[in-house]
Design a protein around this ligand. Sequence first.
Ligand SMILES: *[C@@H]1O[C@H](CO)[C@@H](O)[C@H](O)[C@H]1NC(C)=O
Ligand SMILES: *[C@@H]1O[C@H](CO)[C@@H](O)[C@H](O)[C@H]1NC(C)=O
Ligand SMILES: *[C@@H]1O[C@H](CO)[C@@H](O)[C@H](O)[C@H]1NC(C)=O
Ligand SMILES: *[C@@H]1O[C@H](CO)[C@@H](O)[C@H](O)[C@H]1NC(C)=O
Ligand SMILES: *[C@@H]1O[C@H](CO)[C@@H](O)[C@H](O)[C@H]1NC(C)=O
Length: 349
Amino acid sequence: MKTINLLLLTLLCIYRCSAIHWLGLAVNGSSVGWNQTHHCKLLDGLVPDQLQLCRRNLELMHSIVHAAKLTKLTCQHAFKDMRWNCSSIESAPHFTPDLAKGTRESAFVFSLAAAVVSHSIARACASGELPSCSCAPAPAEQAGPDFRWGGCGDNLRYGLQMGSAFSDAPMKNSRFGPQAFRLMHLHNNAVGRQSLVDSMETKCKCHGVSGSCSVKTCWKGLHDINHIAADLKSKYLAATKVIHRHMGARKQLVPKELDVRPVRETELVYLLSSPDYCAHSEKHGSMGTHDRQCNKTSNGSDSCHLMCCGRGYNAYMEKTVERCHCRYHWCCYVTCKKCERTLERYVCK
Ligand SMILES: *[C@@H]1O[C@H](CO)[C@@H](O)[C@H](O)[C@H]1NC(C)=O
Ligand SMILES: *[C@@H]1O[C@H](CO)[C@@H](O)[C@H](O)[C@H]1NC(C)=O
Ligand SMILES: *[C@@H]1O[C@H](CO)[C@@H](O)[C@H](O)[C@H]1NC(C)=O
Ligand SMILES: *[C@@H]1O[C@H](CO)[C@@H](O)[C@H](O)[C@H]1NC(C)=O
Ligand SMILES: *[C@@H]1O[C@H](CO)[C@@H](O)[C@H](O)[C@H]1NC(C)=O
């Protein structure tokens, strides 16, 4: 009886209580004022700890809604040349098996979402949108001989603190699903945030006579999110399949391959192998690549050979209209002509 209950709960959870349910906020989260605690109930997928965090920190919710939208856009941008192109994230808060199970793709999306939440909060602190935080204090390391610390750094510390409280909350709740999945997602969330930490860079501004840069002010700022997504994408490509088994006294995630070692803090991990995403299959959450555009001259993942899985492709002509022969008229307007261009495009059979 207990096993059946657990199984039911797991099945229900796979489809209902996905730990990235909150990505659904991208759909209608902006239409909410987020100034009354009952707004927190809008998305029934928030787990109790997330609800509490929302009620106590309503002001954070604008950053979280922003993060949900940015996660979607960034994921689709990063995977536009791949067979799996992150289009299924559109259906959040309902997920198809490609994202609802412990796949490599879900590893990427979880890590990205966790990084983006902390990024949004850290930036919101620096831009003065949050009453609970402000610019980061000056870094502990010595300023260089040619600059001093100043300006307003992104508040990474606060971003990591609140971001992890929010993104990790579902995995701390045993109702979310089997321990192996919770460990996997927790690990990948941490990998995402580590990538964010590694992306901190020193940014400077010059002062002095007509930009002579005799005085420089510097601060620590976060890289833009596409840079972090590119890092996570290469981690996705090199992700490690793991299993949940005893390592000493506790059950842990360990690489499935023979090398007995703990998982590294820099690697994304997954539990279930993905299909090749060539053919349409609802069961596997694969859209297939029929009618996807491919690139005849590329030799990467968007090449017609790889994208179309060897099925071949059809060519068609596409007319585009561009502005051209633009001329500047004194003073002050520009006139352009319209030029038609015909491009050959290719789509997978
Ligand atoms: C927002 O979307 C969620 C999930 O799709 C839904 O439950 C909720 O009622 C929506 N809220 C509004 C204000 O449209
Ligand atoms: C909440 O915000 C909305 C719009 O942002 C505003 O119209 C409303 O008066 C606010 N409510 C409270 C209780 O502050
Ligand atoms: C992503 O793939 C889906 C399914 O094949 C397709 O409908 C969609 O147009 C693709 N999106 C982009 C941006 O290529
Ligand atoms: C196709 O791939 C080539 C080589 O990678 C690139 O130079 C070109 O811009 C791509 N074309 C399109 C339409 O993306
Ligand atoms: C594929 O393209 C890259 C550069 O985009 C090039 O370095 C590499 O040699 C190419 N591989 C093949 C097999 O053509």
